[in-house]
Design a binder for this molecule. Structure first.
Ligand code: MSP
Length: 527
């Protein structure tokens, strides 16, 4: 069997001292959409997510509850795993940093860095942000009035004898990585941010801690534990067993996309590539840093009552269905360089405009007319000419647009390609008026051409929309009388225009029911 091209995609691994919420669901859903699309394209996809379980925050949260850190980790990792099931997410693995497979390999990789001289024992004094578990440079500390730019809490003066990673040695190579590969960080605004900071100069970074014990012991010096960020970043390598001798998983390396939120860009765009350079491992193709969800115009907070946590998401899914949730995430989320506002009213409007009035309506109109005028059997396209209308051409353009958008991680653009094709079908129906044509027995050829083309375009659009709304599209396919299976990896063939459905038996289908806006879960913002 010939091996198809690899496509490795990762989410950040999520901290177990927090419970899953819209932010985690969002990043993971984006990766899921891309993974589905690429599998459908026939690529050899590996989609990884997981949990980040070490560090002082987990140790403290567990202590506050009087439980062992591992117990807390087990409890919350299970919550995150529940998310995978809830959202129909197709990750190929779920890595937990407390698993022996990860711990063993992290030690091996760090040992390698010690041997190459990229890690050394040294002394350091500086400003430390306890909430973020990171040192802040003197300049940054001054700029933020010696307070954490994230939490606002005072920075503390810390002095440590630690193992350091020689980040400063990679300044030139990092800059050239950014220059030779302009798509290394996306979107562009994020790339410019990192590059600006990178050009400001790099300091070596401590990669061990001695002030707590909930971490992976440093190889050969067990008084130190490995800093949670090094431990965490290495998950992308340990899941693929890169520190094990031979593994079938090696073929997936490196990542096509490390998808993350903007707040952890520095770690992924600078520290991680430098670690990979030190380990002599190939670089990922792209670090994609999306922005943040806020909610009803304000930063999400538990006290404001606008926090979109799992129970809230479950209420949306109950009322609108899972695909509606996924659609809103992908189309209205912070994929670009600006934050996105989650609004109950906006959710309802998007659902109604896109899914009820466009996707649902177009599919039901087409199948209803096939039922009414052709007993549900798809007629052959008689080649009738409708000047100014070229649905086959429109479908080809939509597929090309979808492909380019998916390759660029412009998932909203890919949705546009699919739904845009359905809007064209709607306009074609309005212009050609099959309901009038049907009244004239002498115009059967014309009617057959209209409906054969509509149903073919609906079929192709459904292929393009499947990665985002898989549940409803899989319901639509049997109603169109077609047997599609994305796991066959034959998108190119199935998205090609033809007389594909000629003779197929269709039935009228309603995909997205109207929802009474009064039942939309509301955020109940505290006044
Ligand atoms: N454990 C680290 C990541 C290590 S990766 C090697 C971490 N975990 S986290 O639990 O805090 O998850 C952060 C990620 O959750 C963000 O990067 C983003 O993917 C997602 N989000 C958390 N809040 C978010 C929003 N409000 N909006 C969108 N996504 C955000 O950082």
């Amino acid at each position: 069997m010939t091996q198809s091209a690899p496509a490795y995609i990762t989410t950040p691994i999520y901290y177990v001292n927090d419970r899953p919420h819209i932010g985690h669901a969002y990043t993971t859903t984006l990766c899921d959409v891309w993974a589905r699309a690429m599998r459908f394209e026939g690529l050899d996809v590996f989609f990884l997510t997981g949990t980040d379980e070490h560090g002082v925050k987990v140790e403290k949260s567990a202590a506050a509850r009087g439980i062992a850190p591992q117990t807390l980790a087990d409890e919350n990792a299970a919550e995150f795993q529940k998310v995978m099931g809830m959202f129909n997410l197709t990750n190929d693995d779920f890595i937990r940093t407390t698993e022996p497979r990860h711990e063993r390999q992290v030690q091996a990789l760090v040992k390698r860095l010690l041997e190459t001289g990229d890690v050394y024992l040294g002394e350091f004094e500086g400003w430390y942000d306890e909430g973020q578990e990171e040192y802040v440079t003197e300049t940054k500390a001054k700029e933020s009035d010696f307070k954490s730019p994230i939490s606002g809490k005072p920075l503390v003066r810390a002095n440590e004898r630690n193992y350091y990673f020689k980040l400063s040695a990679y300044q030139d190579r990092l800059e050239s990585l950014f220059e030779t590969n302009p798509g290394f960080v996306k979107p562009d605004a994020r790339r410019n941010e990192v590059l600006g900071r990178l050009r400001g100069g790099l300091q070596d970074v401590p990669i061990t801690r001695t002030n707590f014990s909930w971490g992976i012991p440093f190889p050969g010096d067990e008084e130190h534990v490995i800093y949670v960020w090094i431990d965490a970043l290495l998950n992308y390598a340990t899941a693929l067993e890169l520190a094990e001798d031979a593994s079938d998983r090696h073929r997936h390396w490196p990542a096509a996309y490390h998808v993350i939120g903007k707040e952890i860009l520095w770690f992924h765009a600078v520290i991680w590539p430098a670690v990979l350079m030190a380990l002599e491992l190939p670089q990922p193709a792209c670090v994609y840093a999306h922005s943040f969800w806020i909610s009803e115009g304000q930063k999400m907070s538990k006290s404001l009552g606008n926090f979109i946590d799992l129970p809230t998401i479950e209420r949306y899914v109950d009322v609108y269905g899972l695909d509606a949730w996924r659609w809103y995430m992908v189309n209205n989320g912070p994929l670009g360089a600006t934050d996105a506002d989650f609004q109950a009213a906006g959710f309802h409007e998007t659902y109604t405009t896109d899914l009820v009035n466009t996707v649902g309506n177009c599919a039901s109109r087409t199948t209803a007319m096939l039922g009414k005028y052709f007993d549900g059997i798809v007629p052959a396209d008689t080649g009738f000419d409708f000047p100014g209308w070229d649905l086959a051409g429109a479908a080809g353009t939509a597929v090309a647009k979808w492909r380019a958008a998916m390759a660029d991680f412009a998932l909203d653009g890919a949705c546009d390609a699919g739904i845009g094709l359905l809007r064209t079908v709607d306009a074609f129906i309005n212009a050609t008026e099959p309901f009038k044509v049907a009244k004239d027995e002498n115009r059967r050829d014309e009617l057959a051409s209209i409906l054969a083309r509509c149903v073919e375009a609906v079929r192709i659009a459904s292929v393009l929309l499947w990665p985002v709304i898989p549940g409803r599209m899989e319901t639509l396919w049997p109603a169109l009388g077609c047997d599609l299976d994305p796991s066959r990896g034959d998108l190119e063939a199935v998205a090609a225009w033809g007389d594909t459905l000629k003779g197929a038996t269709t039935r009228k289908i309603a995909l997205f029911p109207r929802v009474d806006p009064a039942t939309t879960p509301s955020a109940d913002i505290a006044s």
